[in-house]
Each structure stands twice: as structure tokens, then as C-alpha cells.
Design a protein around this ligand. Sequence first.
Ligand code: MN
Length: 492
Amino acid sequence: MTTKDSDRIKRAIEVATKAHEGQLRKTGEPYIIHPLAVKKILEEWGMDEDTIIAGILHDTVEDTDLTLDDIKKEFGESVAFLVDGVTKLSTARNGMRDIDTYLPATKDNFLRLMIALGDDIRVLIIKLADRLHNLRTLSALPPDKQKKIAKETLEVFAPLADRLNMGLLRVEMADLSFKYVNPKRFDELEKLIKKHNKSAEKSLARTEEEIKKALRKEKIKYKLSGRVKSVYSLHKKLAKHHQNMGEIYDLMALRIIVEDVTTCYLVLGIIHSLYTPMAGRIKDYIAKPKLNGYQSLHTTVITKDKHIVEFQIRTREMHEYAERGLAASFYYNEQKLTENYKKGKIEHLPTNLLWINELQMTAARLREGKKVDLKKLKLNLFADKIFVYTPKGDIIDLPAGALPLDFAYKLHSEIGDHVVGVKINGKMSNLNKKLEHGDVVEILTSKNQTPKQSWFGKIITPHARQRLRRALRLSDKQDIISNKSKRKSHKT
Ligand code: MN
């Protein structure tokens, strides 16, 4: 408890401390350490008071005698709603206790649930703070649980943080988790980064001096800092480039933060006048922000001593948003956003976060049997994933590029095995048609249909491939049996 805590916050700490009395964490510490750590994280993110209070109380309804009604009476509807959301999220996956039964089969359910809880995005933010602290203290758990939680974080929470443009959180979550998922690789890559940075140290310092001099000459106010690539993002990038280090150009980056957008472009020009830019490596995310709202100018140049350095140029506000994302928006718009943030009042969310409400509203309207213009949706929860709908409005997530048979096998192998056709958005289509975000996909089946060898060319997911292989093996056996009986019948 600090002196700057409001009376409501102090009271919440009292209530939570009393409720968790006698409970211990796996680390052996009193349980209250955890909600207090979550409180601190939420404060660092600049969240509003209701969210902080809900963070303090987030485990009480699930794990103690405190009820939602108690919370509502003492702290109001908004706090109760948030605590309820976090509780639902964790009871649906049975908390950390039964995580064994949770991964990976029900990952989709979890995603669906998250989307359903998008009613108030602050629920997700509390959940992210909760997960971050659990990750930071993961060493107290047995190794198999460590791996499972770490894996889940890499698959669900880190991409979610990325989608909310919470860059600092994404990096911390990903690197903490990756260390548990693949410790050997983590060490290897960490050493590689260190070694590389060491060898480029002098050159980088020289480049920094050159840049500073040029910026001073132009009387530009700036802040310059180095950014080290995270281990996990290097791992992912290497996988994409067939482990070829020579193709990683952003191992070292210098970040220049300036006052306004015009100056960003001015600085880009200055950099290009000093160094040779690499072709095709200039990215204007200011004019064309990334899907999560990230804005910055990127350019990769070859320095005078032939080192490759990436520059990232952005305004202070863009920088804040890149690091803290959604949380930064709450901070900037605190009053406006928290007072108006009620169900349905989505116009107060920053425009780059409307995807959450959009996704949710679409599902709701489909469930009610209403027509929606899906072509207008630009949903992209995870960069490499698409979300499509069943005619009933269930959301199915698939990798980008998935085809109707992938969808069918994802629903059920009984459905997959008997596909005769597909309707996409109400129109007859074909099995070679790539599914897109927001498509409503209806699979047509027939009892007489049998799986075909040629279908291997019409699927991309390992799951569907495996199902199809199994189905073909089974029907082969049946063929052999029926051939044998035919031969027999010929003889006799
Ligand atoms: Mn918790």
C-alpha cells in the first residue's frame, strides 16, 4: 500500500487481504502478493481506478468466500463486472490447476470466450497483467506445468498483447515463455545476439555520433536509443528465413523519437543522405499503420563501415502507443474512455481497436439470425489466422490460407469425410476457394460421399491431413475386405 492510493484502492486491498488470508502461493508466499503485483502492473500501464481495484480483487470470487454481490455493494457495478469477466475467463479454463486438460484441444474455446468477453476490453487487460505476474513467478511450478503455461502464453497471450500493440508486454511475455518452452534454443540465440551486438558495438556508437551531429545541425529535438531484438522474435524470424542469419537485417536498430510527424520524414531524409538505404527496406507505417495501430518509419541502411542498421523513427505519442498500446490509449483518454466505456458505446474506443467490438457484434448478429455485411469487416486477431463463421454464428479459427475442407475437418471428421460442396457467404463455391476473414461457411455433405486421395491438394492444415489419411486408410481396408469377399464369391 502506498500513500498515493485512493481510499477505494486502500479498501480493496483490505478486503482482498482478508479474503485471501491463510492462502499461499506455490512460491510459499502469502497469496495477497499476487493480486498486489497485478495492481502494480496495472498502475504501470496507467489503467483507471476501477480496473486497478478489479485487479486487486480478481481472484477473490473464484478462490475465496467473497461474492460478486459483496463487490458490487462495496465497489460498484463496473468493478463487479470486471471481476466477473476475469472469473469467467479463468473458470472456463479451470484456472492454472487443470491446465493439463486445457491445452491445446480447447484453445479455440478460449479464444471464443475472449471474444465474447470483449464486452469490456479491460477484462482482457487484467487477464494479461495476471498472466504476466504468473509468468514472472513460473519457476515455482513443476516443470510440466511451466511448459504448458509458457506454451499457452506464446500461443494465446503474447499474440493478444501484440494485437493490442502492447509491445513491451509482448516482448516480456514471449521471452519469458520461450525460455521455458525451449531453453536450449533460448540460450543459443541469446548468446548469438550478445555476440553480434558486441562485434557491432563500436560501429554502432560511431553511427550514433554521426546521426546526432546531423540532427543537431538541423536543430532537431530528438531522443535516440538502441533497441535490442528480443530472443523470441529472432527465433521466429530465423524460422521464416531458413535459419539464415544473413537475412536478418534488424538485429540492431536505432530508435529516434521526435516531436511531430513532419520531423519524422525529415529525419528519414537525413539518414538517407548519410547512408545508403537498402532497396525495399523502407517501411512507412505512419502513412500505413500496421493492423494493431503501430506507427513508425523503418529504414535499413548500410553504414560507412559496412554494418547493417535499422532505424525506427516515430513521434513520442507513436512510441508510447507502440510500447503500451491499448493501455496507453486508456491513459491518454482516461476520463473520456472510462466514463463512457459501457457496453455498446464503442465509438469511444480508439479506432484501431474497434476490431474487438466488430468481431463480437458480428457473432452476436449472426446468432440472432440477422444479416451482416461481412465483406466490410477487416478482422485480423492474429496475423496468421483467420476467423470464419458457421451459419449459426460459431466462430472457427483457422490458419490464413485455409480451404473449405480444412474448415469441415475442423468441425468434425464425420463432416469432413462426407463433403460434397460448400457455400461461402450464401453462395455455392468450390473446395479450392481460400477462406477469408469473416466468411460464413456452410458445408454440404452427403452420406454416400467417401474421402478422396485428391483432397490432399485441397487442404493445408495438419489436422485435416491427418484426418483424411486416417479416413483413406480405413476405406482402403474396407476395399480389401470387399475385394477378398468378391474373389471368394467368384471361386465358389
Ligand atoms: Mn490471478
